[in-house]
Structure formats: structure tokens, C-alpha cells
Ligand binder design. Structure first.
Ligand code: CMP
Length: 155
């Protein structure tokens, strides 16, 4: 298995392959309000990863250093050993630990082969500093997840 180091973060990922998947960021809800030229700039911040099934992308309780967007495939969200959700193409994860500087709230594991976009913590903050519209989208998504968690807790 090949290893690669990306950007200046010394983060090492085993990569089966770095792809250049035909990717239209405008199809991803998080980026749907941006212009074509903004999307070209945004795209440059991300590193693309292809991972095998069962690869752990975030580990509950560990320090978070990356933010992920799913281009292809499915991931399971697992808390305390129990699968609580699944995430698919166009969805993202890993934002919580970056935003609140607390440990990862859940384990996220590839359920299938996956292609992902990854952003380091520094790049994540750089991107949301530059693009307030992105912060609004992240807040919307967080509100949705909070409502879903509430309704699971009270029904
Ligand atoms: P973070 O805590 O940084 O790392 C694990 C990630 O899993 C978390 O950010 C969220 O992005 C995601 N996550 C946690 N709980 C859920 C859930 N119930 N549904 C969907 N995604 C979740």
C-alpha cells in the first residue's frame, strides 16, 4: 500500500490511489451557492483520497485534525460501538472536533470503497474565514443534526 504525505501537515494517509474523479463541487450542497470561479479556488484547498472499506477515518475520543467530504461511497457513524447513522455522497463529517477543539464525537468508518475530499484543520479555518456563506451552511447542517439527535432522544 502506498503512503503519501499531504500539504505541510505531516499527516500520513495510506492511499490506494489518489484519483481525479470527475468532480463537480456545485453538486455538493455545502458549496451550492458558490460561483464557478470560487469553486475552482475552493477545490484547490482539498486533497482527494480513495480508501478501502473498513478504513477508520475518524476515531471516537481522538484528536481531530481533518474535515472530510464524501464524493463516492458510504461511511458508518459509530458511537460507543453502535452504528448511529450512515453518510453518503455529498455529505461531510469531522467538523465538530475542529470547531469545538474537543475529541472526536464518533468513529466514522468506510462501509464501502470511498472517494473523499480532505481538508486539514488550518485549511478548514482558512476556508470558512474567507467564505462566510460556508459558515452559514455548516450551521444549517449542525442545526439539522441537532434536531435529528433531539428527536431520537425524545421519541
Ligand atoms: P467529529 O466529532 O469531529 O468526528 C466524528 C464526526 O462524525 C463528527 O465530527 C460529525 O461530523 C459526525 N457525526 C457524529 N455524530 C453523527 C450523527 N449522529 N450523524 C451524522 N454524523 C455524525
Amino acid at each position: 500500500m502506498a503512503f503519501t504525505v499531504y500539504k505541510s501537515q505531516n499527516l500520513i494517509y495510506p492511499l490506494s490511489m489518489a484519483t481525479n474523479a470527475k468532480l463537480d463541487l456545485s453538486e455538493i450542497w455545502l458549496f451550492s451557492t458558490f460561483s464557478k470561479s470560487e469553486l475552482v479556488q475552493i477545490r484547490r484547498s482539498f486533497t482527494e483520497l480513495k480508501v478501502d472499506p473498513e478504513r477508520v477515518l475518524c476515531e471516537e475520543g481522538s484528536v481531530g485534525q481533518e474535515f472530510f467530504i464524501i464524493l463516492e461511497g458510504t461511511a458508518s457513524v459509530i458511537r460507543a460501538g453502535k452504528k448511529v447513522n450512515k453518510l453518503g455522497a455529498g455529505q461531510f463529517f469531522g467538523e465538530l472536533a475542529l470547531l469545538d477543539h474537543k475529541p472526536r464525537s464518533a468513529t466514522v468508518m468506510a462501509a464501502t470503497e470511498m472517494t473523499l475530499l480532505v481538508l486539514s484543520q488550518r485549511e478548514f479555518f482558512g476556508l470558512i474565514d474567507e467564505r462566510p456563506a460556508l459558515t452559514k451552511k455548516l450551521l444549517q447542517a449542525l442545526a439539522g443534526r441537532l434536531r435529528a439527535a433531539d428527536s431520537r432522544a425524545f421519541h
